[in-house]
Ligand binder design. Sequence first.
Ligand code: GUN
Length: 314
Amino acid sequence: MSFTNTSELPRILDGIAIAAQIKAEIAEQTASARSRGKVPGLAVILVGDVPASQIYVRSKVKTCGELGIYSELHTPPESTTTEELLNMVTSLNSREEIDGILIQLPLPKHVDTSRLLEAIAPEKDVDGFHPINAGRLLTGYPAEKVLAPCTPAGIMEILQRSGIAVRGRRSVVIGRSNIVGKPLAVMLVNASSTVTVCHSQTTDLAKVTREADILVAAIGHPGFVTPEMVQPGATIIDVGINRVTSAEDVERFFPGDQARHASFAKRGSTLVGDVHPAAFAVSAAYTPVPGGVGALTIAMLMANTVKAARLRRG
Ligand code: GUN
């Protein structure tokens, strides 16, 4: 049995181009808000010094600057207590010029993450992680009024702006995290897709995933989705961003790819998603890694910040 899409090469869903489009729209909205004397503002809290978190946060702050959004970065040390962080959140909640509060995850083990996320005022919860916002999403609150999690919101933007129909079609989401899998499943249901959520306990996973018109992988496991798990002609959304650091893995995921091996030799690592690159060949369209879903997450954070400002301050 061949799993190759025989008609033509799959279409690459360019997350960078879509993010650029969204950011241009946000820059216009920000300029308009500024002309009315209202500057959207985002406060970011980064606890400790996890290098990956530092990179993400730097990128978020930089994008604020590019789009005319005020930002401030708070960097308490790793040893900070839950109580101290709660005080910080309370103070940010009360500041009029701060529209969004983002606490970069993961937090140190001794910190009570749920308590902190619930302390953020729901109207400033630009991550969409507060139970109030999760509940509003679940109950179908109007999209223009709800602050929804950024990565799943970005995936919905990719599908919509790429003209990929969701209504009436089957979606399979692999992964049930509160940040991606669960909220995405809800968004797809709200958009009238027929949705299945799979996870580590799913039996006969490939049988389920082969039913997907839209297959989403959000598990954090490099190259997990293989060609036989994909229905020919499906759309694949790859949420994973995994750093591969062994030459054997590079060859396993990118056999014979000289350019990839050269880049690996130079940098000592390369990125691979949750989907094995060979599986993309079976699809009709897919998001690449890097340059797919990841590019949208920050754009949607900016969109939520401007939305939060508009909803709270007009
Ligand atoms: N860490 C990884 N992804 C995210 C995200 O979307 N928001 C926050 N706050 N932390 C993260």
